[in-house]
Design a protein around this ligand. Sequence first.
Ligand code: VTB
Length: 328
Amino acid sequence: MKLSKVEDGRDPAHLHRTLTLEMVRVTERAAIAAAEWRGKGNEKAADEAAVAAMTAELDRVSISGRIVIGEGEQFECDNLYVGQSVGTGQGPGVDIAVDPLEGVTLCAKNQPDSLVVLAMAERGGLLNVARNVYMHKIAIGAEYAPDTVHIEWSATENVKALAKAKGVPISEITAIVLDRPRHGGLLEELRTAGVSVKLLTDGDIAGVIHAVNTADTGVDIYLGSGGAPEGVLAAAALRCIGGHMQGKLILDTPDKRLRAREMGIDDPNRIYDVTELAAGDVLFSATGVTDGSLVDGVKLRRGSVETSTVVMRSWSQTTRWIKARHAR
Ligand code: VTB
């Protein structure tokens, strides 16, 4: 009998598996900090609380970490800026992408689906993109051939091809799309094709994850554009759970093109697939701030605080849901 990678005890992965739990601690702590600001209408305070807590917890981890996707550029923010060193400095050299409070508006309004998200990869594993850059994204589940859809095709062509591959009429396809004025044309096309559209107010990392978990969510495809950092973070998750995704950066100003070049992007029109957005060994951790479709939010109890986290590792393709009780 052939032993699986896990059973035979060999683990050639560069990111040691104990880092999985360390990352859970980081996103948990940031979520607890942000939860104090749930429903207080103060996005800035919620975000700052998450950033401060995340930085403090990251600095306790035995890694030589480098932030490659953070809160912004070094001159824009004090913490978790691109290029910042995090961790104790002793341990493996790793790259880290963070979204300390994905859906800050959702947190400020105490609406579902605000999350703390972090991905870790081997050095050079994560596409480096600036916080202000957007990305066209398309994602479908692993059960399809990777070339079933394509980011350069029209939405109509994509949903037609997907319906055919699934063996259902287009009216039974559900697409998930961020509810933004820029998606007016896309929505019209989807409506004309007869697709059911699930509109997201914010939080498209979870949106992409839902699109590849069709059996659980009923969502077949993610379409549209959202933050490029969120695209890389979603790709990190897909590396662990499977699913196809393509991303194309929207570098629509000379400044963005220049900064992208500095960050290693030579071809502004390149189409990236999942393994090019997040390569090599990857960890992904997300803790809920408010209750959501991916995980529950932080529960404040009399003597304790409860957190729910989903943590994934690409090498072993493991997904864990970790419910933790912390002393107050
Ligand atoms: C998304 C989503 C975020 O921004 O990437 C989106 O994941 C990008 O679009 O939660 P807009 O800038 O038009 O909002 C958020 O909604 C907020 O950062």
